[in-house]
Write a protein that binds this ligand. Sequence first.
Ligand code: NAP
Length: 213
Amino acid sequence: MKKIALFGGSGGLGTKLTPLLEKKYNVIKLSSKDIDVRDLEALKLFFGKNDIDIVINMSGYNFDNFLHKLDGESEIQDMLDINIKGNINILSCCLPKMRARQYGRIILFSSVLAKKVVLGTSLYSGSKAFIDNLVKTSSAENIGRGITCNSLQLGYFDGGMCHRLPEKYVEPIKQSIGLKRWGTVEELFNTLDFLINVEYITGQNINISGGLQ
Ligand SMILES: NC(=O)c1ccc[n+]([C@@H]2O[C@H](COP(=O)([O-])OP(=O)(O)OC[C@H]3O[C@@H](n4cnc5c(N)ncnc54)[C@H](OP(=O)(O)O)[C@@H]3O)[C@@H](O)[C@H]2O)c1
């Protein structure tokens, strides 16, 4: 059984996804208490101890505010540290061993907001756009070593951050989705499973949003 390190496995989506992944893979589910993605030394130790075939990074932080209202909040630092540096830390720690073992699958969690303009989401959307670019370079650097690296641009899924939307936005958002519903965790699992089992897709940002406009 291939071994997955599932960062963000304790979140709303990760908790629902884990049992589906566990049917086919050996899953190490990680919360921020197990490993904080800001902690480079902890990540080095983890990847040193474990032979990981597949890295899925669902860890993420969200904070919305208008740019003109931002005032040096610690949330800005958290966004940079968790959503940007966290992904860099994970890649820099998992890649050396994957390169040596000539195999790896890396899937990072982005968002449709990397491309779509929604007021108040500049920090979050910028951090997700960074992830979308990161997988392109990472893919090019590691394509000759059996490693693929892609990001998933999620629309609105049934769990986690989506469940924390203020009630007044729920129906208008659903109506803006072609399929008029949240994505399911089964659909997320099928996409991940597909990406894990295909070598010919790498460096891509895969939009999974039910036809969101
Ligand atoms: N839900 C959606 O509809 C949706 C839409 C678009 C994109 N996404 C993306 O999908 C991913 C999962 O979303 P979700 O809705 O499940 O989010 P969530 O419920 O907020 O869960 C966030 C996860 O990130 C972990 N985390 C936060 N800070 C961390 C840190 N410093 N180190 C390690 N782990 C940390 C949390 O761990 P703890 O449990 O220990 O706090 C938790 O497991 C995120 O990247 C999100 O941006 C989700």
